[in-house]
Ligand binder design. Structure first.
Ligand SMILES: *Cc1c(COP(=O)(O)O)cnc(C)c1O
Length: 420
């Protein structure tokens, strides 16, 4: 790849400008973007299937899918066609009126939550994962009633960046700068049923967990834990809510991650993969729980608007047509088998195509950066683990290409650290 250069005649690209903003010795003008993101190393301009092209024309194999979002690959023709068609017909009218796709998408989601059978639930549409979780938290409080508002979450969880979802997120270092956070969240050790039981009292409205902690390092729940949580919630009339924003929609090899554990949660949130890149989130709840909301209790201007729901409709019908869960399960098994044979890899965890490889003696961040330089997009989910979340549509040849590149990059980083 050619290095990024800035000529005097051209204005700096957003990438250069952004980098300059956090680089004190640069004399470029201030970056127009806020410095809440790290300076990006590349600017992508096009994507097709599992491949991306940057502004220099270099090609990359995308094994991150924009953080488990583009599960059908980039520029999927069915999604592109649905967007093009809808954009010429109707974009937005508000939730004061009905539109064409949202009931269809809601019924499909309900059937997928029921793993093929209607699950007797109802859906609220919004625009992101955090908003889906905000809806779940408000629903839990409405359902619990006054004095019963606490939501129990796990340490190392991730539920979003709004104030309430940040308070739900079990990563205290992320709370520090933003105190005071909303009250009513309690955190327990992940996969420890005894501790969870001790945290339950009559102020608790809901337990809220990810089936696989995604941002927390790709840590799957155990079946005993999820089944135990469900039992405790049932015994005490507490809602069992699952955050499927990252795990939902075939990513783990089932339609939803909770289906691996044979439980039936009261509330399920989804977002990332639902629009294959178009912003849309959804909060599903059993109808008797959803009934706690009355008109006016919760709303959004954009949520469920026709463009986003047209995309979601195309995504869900494509996923069903290609048997996406089975593909994720089979490809995930093949890729894990290859990954554990790589140098420095001491373990591979996750479900389906949401995977992390644990490295020993080599920095995951350096390996991810080396991969990017060599045309493979993955990320370091912890300082010692790489996350892989490729499109569910990848073929054997893509697996081989990614595994070869990753092997080379791990070796290169190891060789360099031995030299120094
Ligand atoms: C990404 C993520 C969120 C937040 O979604 P946004 O769309 O970024 O608001 C919430 N929960 C989980 C499990 C996630 O992975």
């Amino acid at each position: 790849m050619s290095p990024v250069t800035t000529s005097a005649s051209e204005s700096p690209s957003p990438v250069e400008a952004h980098r300059a903003a956090v680089s004190p010795d640069s004399n470029l003008q201030r970056c127009p973007l806020m410095p809440n993101y790290r300076p990006p190393a590349v600017q992508f301009v096009r994507g097709e299937g599992p491949y991306l092209w940057d502004s220099h024309g270099d090609v990359y194999l995308d094994f991150l899918s924009g953080l488990a979002v583009t599960s059908l690959g980039h520029s999927h023709p069915a999604v592109a066609a649905a967007l093009a068609e809808q954009s010429q017909r109707l974009l937005h009218v508000s939730n004061l009126y009905a539109t064409e796709h949202n009931a269809v998408v809601a019924s499909t989601l309900d059937r997928l939550v029921g793993d093929g059978e209607p699950a007797d639930g109802q859906v609220f549409f919004c625009n992101s994962g955090a908003e889906a979780n905000e809806a779940a938290i408000k629903l839990a409080r409405r359902h619990g009633g006054h004095g019963r508002h606490v939501v129990v979450c796990a340490f190392q969880s991730f539920h979003g960046r709004t104030l309430a979802t940040l308070a739900a997120t079990g990563q205290p270092q992320k709370w520090e700068a933003f105190q005071p956070l909303p009250e009513g969240f309690r955190h327990v050790v992940w996969n420890d049923l005894d501790e969870l039981e001790r945290s339950l009292d009559d102020t608790v409205a809901a337990v809220f967990l990810e089936p696989v902690q995604g941002e927390g390092g790709v840590n799957p729940a155990t079946i005993e834990y999820f089944q135990g949580v469900e039992r405790l919630c049932r015994e005490r009339g507490i809602l069992f809510m699952v955050d499927e924003v990252q795990t939902g929609l075939a990513r783990t090899g089932r339609w939803f991650g909770f289906q691996h554990f044979d439980v039936s949660p009261d509330v399920v949130t989804v977002a990332k993969a639902l629009g294959n890149g178009v912003p849309i989130g959804a909060c599903w709840a059993k109808a008797d729980v959803a009934a706690s909301f009355s008109p006016g209790d919760h709303a959004t201007t954009f949520g469920g608007q026709p463009l986003a729901t047209a995309a979601a409709r195309a995504v869900l019908s494509t996923m069903e047509a290609i048997g996406a869960p089975k593909r994720a399960q089979e490809t995930g098994a093949a890729i894990s088998e290859a990954l554990v044979k790589l140098p420095a890899v001491v373990g591979c965890r996750g479900l389906g195509l949401l995977l992390a490889v644990e490295l020993d003696g080599v920095d995951a961040g350096l390996v991810a950066a080396e991969c990017l330089k060599n045309g493979l997009v993955i990320n370091a989910v912890t300082p010692t683990a790489l996350r892989l979340a490729p499109p569910l549509t990848i073929e054997e040849s893509h697996v081989a290409e990614a595994v070869n590149k990753l092997a080379g990059c791990i070796e290169a980083v190891m060789a360099r650290s031995e030299e120094s």
